[in-house]
Ligand binder design. Structure first.
Ligand SMILES: C[S@@+](CC[C@H](N)C(=O)[O-])C[C@H]1O[C@@H](n2cnc3c(N)ncnc32)[C@H](O)[C@@H]1O
Length: 237
């Protein structure tokens, strides 16, 4: 007889049998989440003539980094000439090659620290966000808080990304979803929304991959707002 609540018992059982958990242990990743980024990177490379998310020497900003699986992937991909600035609300053990900041992305002072972490140029080639708000169980409030994180990340991208830059943003399905994808399409020449195999079926998370950041998003040649379902339309790219 156990006193565990059904949800925690299910989590433990899933964790015990999850092949990605086993792979993370084998490969030395801090989280199974590392495989989501690896899968998104491979998927982009497969449809872009071998060009994935990262280039050697890239500057990367990473939001929602703890415990550090994505940070491990990003530092390896950009190499010694690259730079990774990783932020989380929670403290995180060091990752060689990464500057780790602890704070709230929604705090203006933190935005300045992130920019400063990029060095004198203040510019990044890649912006990653795996941020997920703490779920309260109130669907509308949780969706709203998730949307604020994505919208703020897109605004932040405007100030820091180099032309041609790339983003990966965790998103949640909800009433703002289509508008957020539309906002991304104004900024990036290619936008695709994917659910990588490592993302659990029962999770509402999806990932937006944007490539080809426009130097001047406000003068975007097209508004894609009338193109219907972003997941379907993303297949066109
Ligand atoms: C799914 S976890 C990230 C896992 C990570 N990508 C990895 O590979 O290990 C989501 C993280 O987002 C962080 N987070 C949520 N809201 C945030 C905020 N406003 N500012 C900074 N981090 C935030 C949480 O603390 C949590 O650690």
């Amino acid at each position: 007889m156990t006193n565990r609540r059904p949800s925690s018992a299910r989590w433990l059982e899933e964790h015990r049998t999850d092949p990605y958990v086993a792979a993370a242990r084998r490969d030395g990743y801090r989280s199974r989440a590392a495989y989501k980024l690896l899968e998104l990177d491979s998927s982009l490379a497969a449809r872009s003539g071998g060009k994935g998310l990262f280039r050697s020497g890239d500057a990367v900003i990473e939001l929602g980094a703890a415990p550090g699986g994505w940070t491990q992937v990003a530092t390896t991909r950009v190499g010694e000439r690259g730079r990774v600035v990783a932020l989380d609300l929670l403290p995180m053990d060091p990752v060689p090659g990464a500057l780790i900041l602890c704070g709230d992305f929604l705090d203006d002072a933190i935005l300045e620290l992130l920019r400063a972490g990029l060095g004198p140029s203040g510019k990044a080639d890649v912006l990653l966000s795996d941020m997920a708000p703490n779920m309260t169980g109130f669907k509308v409030a949780d969706q709203g808080r998730g949307s604020v994180l994505v919208e703020t990340a897109l605004d932040f991208a405007d100030g820091i990304l180099r032309p041609g830059g790339r983003v990966v943003l965790k998103m949640f399905q909800g009433p703002d979803f289509h508008d957020l994808v539309r906002q991304a399409r104004l900024r990036f020449t290619n936008v695709k929304v994917e659910k990588p195999p490592a993302s659990r079926d029962r999770s509402a998370e999806l990932y937006l991959i944007g490539t080809g950041f426009r130097a001047d998003p406000m003068n975007s040649p097209e508004d894609f707002s009338d193109r219907g379902m972003p997941c379907e339309s993303s297949n066109r790219h």
